[in-house]
Design a binder for this molecule. Structure first.
Ligand code: HDC
Length: 279
């Protein structure tokens, strides 16, 4: 039975999130509560449900669970209602959707519904997949189920991107982003990161997701859903290059690390609320 988890927030939390995914001091609509069009970036929708209480523990669903070996694999977010509130109390409920056996690794997918406590209206729906290294080989299903937009492969078209946005993260990006609720030591503690197999603490997947989502939002406007696969790790301080293709009402995108040329986000797309003004 789902467990209700409450998330109470105020404008300060929205500003902290916006800055955590790269908003600048000059972007008043994201960083100044007194701005006329003060707003949460659409990807803020992953924050209220982040610390939702699950109905299971990882030890119950996979063998050899080790938190140091957990990576964020995929994220899908639906924004059910605009404008996104900038304060209030929301309630999230989580459900285990599936556990997939990849041989070496396991995937665990949860679906979380977030409602506004005051009105009962649904505000966000999230699906999160975690990639659990060393937890496979238990004889489970090998392929994730088809869940429409949440699992679409979103292969970019062969033509050159319609838009490219470069976003430099700062060395302190993960230290700021974590204050929005993901306190996983993997992103701040060098010792923990080392045991997890990394030279230094890595950036939160959902931070890169926010940076890429901001690029899509600013070029094409509000989206009703967005899906990403975390294809490679990002270090704080690296530059994220988001390439976008407009395919009707859908923006297919991918994000690479400029310094290495490696993919950070793939299989990604956002479906727009309204037809875009420009290509
Ligand atoms: O792709 C590799 C990788 O390193 N990706 C980047 C991961 C990352 O940096 N994530 C973000 C940082 S971690 C984080 O933010 C944690 C956070 O604090 C807590 C998260 C909580 C979230 C929940 C609440 C909101 C890696 C390691 C993931 C996979 O690489 P390989 O082992 O080389 O795998 P590969 O050979 O490419 O593929 C094997 C099979 O797995 C599938 N797969 C690959 N990447 C996947 C994935 N499935 C889901 N998500 C991914 N990211 C492949 O399709 C393949 O399957 P098949 O054999 O059937 O084709």
């Amino acid at each position: 039975k789902p467990i209700d988890t409450e998330y109470k927030f105020e404008e300060r939390d929205v500003m902290l999130y916006n800055i955590g995914v790269g908003a600048k001091r000059t972007e008043l609509k994201y960083v100044f509560e007194g701005a006329d069009n003060f707003q949460a970036l659409p990807t803020f929708g992953v924050i209220p449900p982040f610390n939702v209480q699950n109905t299971f523990t990882f030890d119950e669903i996979v063998p050899n669970f080790n938190p140091m070996m957990l990576l964020h694999g995929e994220q899908y977010l639906e924004i059910k209602k605009f404008p996104i509130p900038t304060s209030g109390t929301l309630i999230s409920r989580s459900k285990l959707l599936e556990v997939v056996d990849k041989g070496n690794a396991a995937l665990a997918k949860t679906g979380v519904t977030t409602i506004n406590k005051a009105t009962g209206e649904e505000v966000f729906y999230n699906e999160s997949t975690v990639f659990l290294r060393g937890c496979g080989g238990f004889g489970g299903q090998r392929k994730p189920a088809d869940r429409g937009a949440s699992t679409a492969p979103n292969k970019p078209p062969a033509r050159a991107p319609d838009a490219i946005v470069e976003s430099k993260t700062t060395d302190d990006q993960a230290a700021i982003y974590r204050l929005s609720g993901d306190y996983n030591p993997l992103h701040i503690d060098p010792e923990f990161a080392k045991v997890g197999g990394f030279k230094m603490p890595i950036l939160h997947g959902l931070c890169s997701f926010g940076v890429a989502g901001k690029a899509v939002f600013e070029r094409y406007g509000a989206f009703k859903n967005i899906k990403v696969r975390f294809a490679g790790t990002v270090n704080p301080g690296q530059t994220l290059v988001t390439e976008m293709w407009k395919e009707g009402n859908k923006i297919v995108f991918q994000t690479k690390v400029k310094e290495t040329g490696k993919m950070a986000i793939g299989g990604a797309a956002a479906e727009l609320v309204a037809a875009p003004k420009t290509k």
